[in-house]
Design a protein around this ligand. Structure first.
Ligand SMILES: Nc1ncnc2c1ncn2[C@@H]1O[C@H](COP(=O)(O)OP(=O)(O)OP(=O)(O)O)[C@@H](O)[C@H]1O
Ligand SMILES: [Mg+2]
Length: 471
């Protein structure tokens, strides 16, 4: 409970309740003030009209006429309705329906007074209060008043109604506030619970969403997306370390045992030199695997921010082709290059260059004779890189698995390689929001690498702004 009162939600609810209570009370106060005086005002109007009428009568008929009129009215009016008292200057009663001039008169506002008077009922005598005003005519005094009991009853009625209404609204306000706070706290509690589980190692936990799409759902959704991303990165990382450990252990132990065996042999410097050369070659191969795995991990873990720079795909392709020309020459392959002057995209120059190099490397490596072609072109708004060869190709049912790490097809075991080249190509494509797929080149293999529309289009705009002279 103490925790509850300490929460922000409670403080917020309390603040809202205070505001609510304030406005309810202000509203009712206004209502009371504007209605409660209503009957008094009516009485004042009635009494005022009566006394004005009597004054006019006095002016027309004189004192005797007025006395007669007051007498007549006194007889007609019951005491609890309209009260008349007319006296001489010494307060001796001349006419009226009240037995004496009232002893206790309280002025309430200019011209208006209240006074207590007795009302005789059949069984009892009650004291009522009257509201009235007086008139001096000649030397005589005339008092006209009216019983305030109706006004008092009405005022009390209004007051009790308002009190009940206020009590009920405030009660509902408190209950509503508590319910709202509880509801909010429960949502926060679920988030806290989930995070607690995750902190204790259960990374698969996710924040349950209500599906309402409200702020809590949005927060939960974002946290879940963040957890997914973290989990993906962790799984990727674990995979990389597992793969590295698995793939490097065998060659490392082979390397170690070869050195050990050599040491056991009779010392022979020519033999030593040969073994060292072999060892260096094997270490190079190990380093190659290591670097390839790290590149894939880097590309897979990379953020889009890394790909937010401009790169000229045409220039990259030309550079890679230049690098591989000697390899093609050595194997007696024809390497054709079809690349425009420039084709700017948003992307990481280094990774894109490595992806093209891996595709070209495969084409040259697995094609015994014929032609290898590299082309870069704009395809609608997207950029498209194609590497085609006239080699053995890959059967349709293996064209997806070769993208997995360490996958090499049977016929390729004799050629050096780790089975990591295409994995990196796919990681780079995914990182750039693009794709890579393999098709039949009839004969041979065609690798198609596309970068999405956004990267090409946005880059045109970027290039246009780049071209503007600096201010
Ligand atoms: N152009 C191609 N023609 C025929 N087979 C291919 C071609 N490209 C790839 N492959 C097959 O797909 C497998 C996987 O290729 P990938 O580039 O991933 O690895 P690798 O070339 O064997 O080794 P690495 O690229 O790591 O040196 C290759 O071993 C090969 O069997
Ligand atoms: Mg390869």
């Amino acid at each position: 409970m103490a925790r509850f009162f300490n929460t922000n939600a409670f403080r917020l609810a309390a603040l809202y309740f205070a505001l609510f209570a304030g406005s309810v009370l202000a509203l009712f106060a206004f209502f009371y003030l504007s209605t409660a005086g209503f009957i008094e005002t009516q009485i004042e109007q009635t009494v005022g009209a009566e006394i004005r009428g009597l004054q006019e009568q006095y002016e027309q008929l004189g004192e005797a006429g007025l006395v007669a009129l007051v007498r007549e009215r006194s007889l007609n009016e019951r005491v609890d309705n309209m009260i008349y008292v007319m006296t001489d200057p010494f307060l001796h009663q001349i006419a009226g329906n009240l037995s004496t001039w009232p002893r206790r008169i309280t002025p309430v506002k200019p011209g208006w007074i209240t006074f207590p008077f007795e009302v005789h009922t059949r069984t009892d005598t009650e004291i009522h209060t009257a509201l009235g005003t007086q008139l001096i005519v000649g030397g005589d005094r005339l008092l006209v008043a009216r019983d305030l009991r109706d006004a008092t009853v009405f005022r009390q009625h209004v007051l009790s109604t308002i009190a009940w209404a206020a009590l009920i609204s405030l009660g509902l306000g408190i209950i509503g506030g508590l319910l709202m706070t509880r509801q909010m706290l429960r949502r926060v509690e679920t988030v806290a619970n989930t995070t607690r589980h995750i902190i204790h190692g259960d990374l698969a936990q996710r924040i349950p969403l209500t599906g309402s799409g409200d702020e809590f759902d949005q927060l939960g959704g974002n946290l879940n997306a963040m957890l997914d991303q973290i989990e993906r990165l962790m799984v990727g990382m674990r995979q990389v370390t597992d793969n590295i450990a698995h793939d490097l252990r065998t060659p490392l132990s082979r390397l170690r045992s070869r050195l050990e065996v050599t040491l056991l042999e009779k010392p022979n410097s020519a033999r030593y030199a040969e073994v060292l050369r072999e060892t260096i070659a094997e270490a190079d191969q190990l380093l190659g695997t290591f670097n390839a795995l790290l590149s894939i991990a880097e590309a897979e873990a990379g953020s889009r921010r890394d790909t937010n720079t401009t790169a000229d795909l045409a220039e990259i392709a030309r550079n890679v082709a230049e690098l591989y020309e000697p390899v093609a020459d050595d194997k007696g392959l024809t390497l054709t290059v079809g690349v425009p002057d420039s084709l700017h995209v948003r992307g990481d120059r280094h990774l894109l260059s490595q992806a093209i190099a891996n595709l070209l490397d495969n084409a040259l490596k697995y094609t015994p004779s014929g032609t290898v072609s590299l082309s870069v072109a704009r395809d609608g708004d997207a950029a498209r890189i194609e590497v085609a060869d006239t080699g053995p190709g890959i059967p349709p049912d293996r064209r997806e698995v070769v993208f997995d790490r360490f996958v090499r097809l049977e016929g390729s075991r004799s050629t050096p390689g780790n089975g990591l080249g295409l994995s990196l190509v796919r990681a780079v494509a995914t990182l750039h929001g693009g794709s890579v797929r393999l098709e039949d080149n009839e004969p041979g293999l065609k690798a198609i690498f596309t970068l999405p529309a956004a990267s090409a289009v946005a880059t045109e705009a970027l290039r246009a702004s780049d071209a503007r002279p600096a201010a």
